[in-house]
Design a protein around this ligand. Structure first.
Ligand SMILES: C[S@@+](CC[C@H](N)C(=O)[O-])C[C@H]1O[C@@H](n2cnc3c(N)ncnc32)[C@H](O)[C@@H]1O
Length: 274
């Protein structure tokens, strides 16, 4: 079934309001594809019936479910490997020097999707920095989607998912076979605190971080929303912290308090001095 233009416009507005995600014309097919199962789950026959319910009830909970259902959750282990290399070679060694007194390192992995990114960070820490076992290392991993967070918390990945980016050596070292899937070991998951957080609304106080990963999500926002999120992230980042955005993302054209720098092959952003 093809959705009426008025229903498409209604859904695009609703998604923009609840998650900031801009549904590009080439992604409109996703509305039908992703929302048909949601309509079925809640006992509505099809997407036009779902739109009719949304129009008549203005149900905030249902609106959030719609916004979450149309998020793009593409991810993989060690996505853009050079970023993890920069963490291993430069960032973590630098933080170990700077935070020698507090013995604490805090990382925020914003828009973590199904968890491969924070588990990859956890592996870098466990594999290469045994000295940090006595430190307080924490990775706060957040996402808008409850479904993605539940998958992340489970720490269970299919063969297909581990085939994407996870070296065989790390698979056998940090995961256990559990039926048809692979279960992340506790030594990885114990570093990670998964929480729901919508980047486009005011977020709760999370403290300050040494490193923020906000990769492959800015592309779904308009310029104003990107700038607003990055400006607020500056306040959540220590003055000498590190920010990583996606390989295909840029701050060009945005008035944000960061300066671009490079660590080997990796682009990284550092706060402007204030
Ligand atoms: C393409 S994935 C990126 C995953 C991972 N960071 C990576 O680079 O592989 C984008 C994620 O952003 C999340 N997302 C979209 N809009 C969001 C919002 N307003 N607040 C928080 N997360 C959001 C989606 O749920 C999705 O899991």
């Amino acid at each position: 079934m093809t959705l009426a233009t008025s229903d498409i416009d209604f859904l695009r507005d609703l998604v923009a309001k609840h998650s900031g995600n801009v549904i590009a014309p080439r992604q409109v097919y996703m509305l039908e594809q992703r929302l048909a199962p949601l309509a079925g789950t809640i006992g509505l026959g099809d997407v036009p019936a779902l739109v009719a319910k949304l129009r008549s009830t203005n149900d905030a909970n249902l609106s959030n479910q719609v916004a979450e259902a149309v998020t793009v959750n593409e991810t993989s282990f060690f996505r853009d490997m050079h970023v993890f290399e920069a963490m291993r070679k430069s960032v973590i060694p630098d933080l170990m020097k700077k935070n020698e007194r507090s013995k604490e390192i805090r990382i925020w992995c914003a828009a973590c999707s199904s968890g491969q990114e924070p588990y990859s960070l956890s592996m870098v820490i466990r594999e290469h920095f045994p000295q940090l076992a006595s430190w307080k290392v924490s990775i706060v991993a957040t996402d808008l989607s409850e479904e993605m967070l539940s998958k992340s918390r489970s720490g269970a990945y299919s063969q297909l998912e581990v085939n994407r980016g996870l070296p065989a050596k790390s698979l056998v070292r940090y995961f256990e076979r559990k039926g048809a899937s692979w279960q992340a070991k506790r030594e990885l998951s114990e570093l990670i605190d998964f929480r729901r957080l919508n980047l486009t609304t005011p977020w709760p106080f999370l403290g300050q971080f040494d490193v923020i990963f906000i990769r492959n999500v800015l592309i779904y926002f308009d310029q104003r929303t990107k700038a607003d999120i990055l400006t607020r992230m500056r306040r959540a980042l220590r003055p000498d912290g590190y920010l990583f955005i996606g390989a295909a993302e840029t701050t060009i054209g945005l008035n944000v308090p960061f300066q671009r720098t490079e660590i080997d092959a990796t682009v990284c952003y550092r706060p402007n001095s204030q």
